[in-house]
Design a protein around this ligand. Structure first.
Ligand code: NAP
Length: 266
């Protein structure tokens, strides 16, 4: 292991936004743990892309680790694998998340979908953040000066504050991630661990594939002041800024990466 290369764990980085984050971090010379739940081929593709983008001088490595973030044993195994491969981690990006399989009206939404979304979108990030935090806290004093300020990023969504009555379960999990960010930011500040929430808007990924035509029209009609779809790289660049510690005196901060969607207009 090269102890100078910084290491990030990006959950759900086989595809979509997570892949965009992994690639931007690779471009910045980081080693990245590419996590997936079922699409091993996509994770391998992401690793190839990371290798292509990584500056040769960086000496970075890219490890693929399968783990379902909603399962406690998988989260523990993820951290154990990271420890074994790298011995340290500088950045945890809680990105893995799912939309409901069926967009159901609030009055008909199922408990099964609710439990699935809470498990993956909320319980996963909460307990992963807790697990990594405790691991860091035990090691932080002995790990060397340049390794003392790990960071956590939470990928939430514009659904944290936008009411979509056909996917209330999704909105609830994303709103809760806002509080999760604040809680960990406050609790970890004494350890020098900053926590940030990144709120993507409408980003072109498999998740938004089924609603592409609807959003094409909304965007063309001016839904977002910046009239284009967001790309995974847009989110990746925001995470890179945090990873490179461009906001050392900010924690619990929310970054909207949404083409200006959040701006109220009259
Ligand atoms: P995506 O294209 O559907 O990709 C989802 C990623 O999460 C995949 O890598 C998938 O792995 C992984 N994943 C799913 N369930 C998992 C689990 N239980 N454990 C570990 N990994 C799991 O989704 P995306 O659009 O990139 O979304 C990424 C994050 O951004 C989500 O939290 C989403 O809510 C948020 N977001 C997306 C948008 C958007 O417009 N796309 C907007 C705002 C926020 P496999 O490849 O193995 O399935």
């Amino acid at each position: 292991m090269n102890t100078k290369v910084r290491v990030a764990v990006v959950t759900g980085s086989s595809r979509g936004i997570g892949r965009g984050i992994a690639i931007e971090l690779a471009r910045a010379g980081w080693s990245v743990v590419i996590n997936y739940v079922s699409d091993e081929g996509a994770a391998a593709e992401c690793r190839n892309l990371c290798r292509q983008c990584s500056p040769p001088s960086a000496d970075a490595t890219f490890e693929i680790i399968q783990a379902d973030v909603s399962r406690s044993e998988d989260r523990n195994r993820l951290l154990a694998c990271v420890e074994e491969k790298f011995g340290w981690v500088d950045l945890l990006v809680n990105n893995a998340g799912v939309a409901p399989k069926l967009r159901a009206d609030l009055l008909e939404a199922s408990e099964e979908s609710f439990d699935r979304l809470v498990g993956i979108n909320l319980k996963g990030p909460f307990f992963l953040s807790q697990l990594f935090s405790n691991w860091w806290i035990k090691r932080i004093d002995t790990s060397g000066a340049d390794r003392e300020r790990p960071r956590i990023v939470i990928v939430s969504s514009m659904s944290a504050y936008t009411a979509s009555t056909n996917r209330g379960d999704y909105c609830l999990t994303k709103a809760a991630l806002g509080m999760l960010t604040k809680l960990f930011a406050v609790r970890l500040a004494d350890y020098g661990i900053n926590v940030y929430e990144i709120r993507p808007g409408i980003i072109a990924t498999d998740m938004t594939g089924p609603v592409k035509q609807k959003y094409d029209k909304l965007i063309a009609d001016g839904l977002t002041p910046i009239r284009r779809w967001g790309e995974p790289a847009d989110v990746g660049q925001a995470v890179r800024a945090v990873a490179e510690d461009r906001f050392p005196f900010s924690t619990g901060e929310v970054f909207n990466v949404d083409g200006g969607f959040h701006l109220q207009r009259l």
